[in-house]
Design a protein around this ligand. Sequence first.
Ligand SMILES: [Zn+2]
Length: 187
Amino acid sequence: MAAVNAAHARQDGAEFRLLSGIEVDILENGELDQAPDMLERLDVVVASVHSKLRSDRRTMTDRMLSGIRDPHTNVLGHCTGRLLQGSRGTRPESEFDAERVFAACAEAGVAVEINSRPERQDPPDNLMRLALDAGCLFSIDSDAHAPGQLDFLQYGAERAERNGVPAERIITTWPLGRLQEWLESGC
Ligand SMILES: [Zn+2]
């Protein structure tokens, strides 16, 4: 990482910085699935639910709140877990108390991911607007699993614009210094 940053130091004085990050699972007990000392060494931590997506509303809400309140979490990933299309088939939205979840995100300074993958488009429009009204920040993520998929970002940006999310609320539009300050402050 340091070598990449050094190799791309720009002649014009503008700073280049590749941030290190990870998407971790929010386990059934609400803990993150990586050790705290490892998470502390990274710049960005996205926490998401990947299992037992059909849990009852209360169980899922408690699990998500616990992941959001973990001091290492910066972004809540694909909050509903829905799948709209694609080789993995379709999957309905998980049930959870979205008002409590987004209030917790706003309070803990955790950004709500706008997941740009065409099969996810998560959160759905109604929840994106709810998170906006709750005062949440957002992070437009490609969720890329291959280099060509980095271009998915434009789909997320289009959805953010369509739902009235201003650039000011989207951490991935911020200048490097502001983003780093926010990541370091944890809120
Ligand atoms: Zn994920």
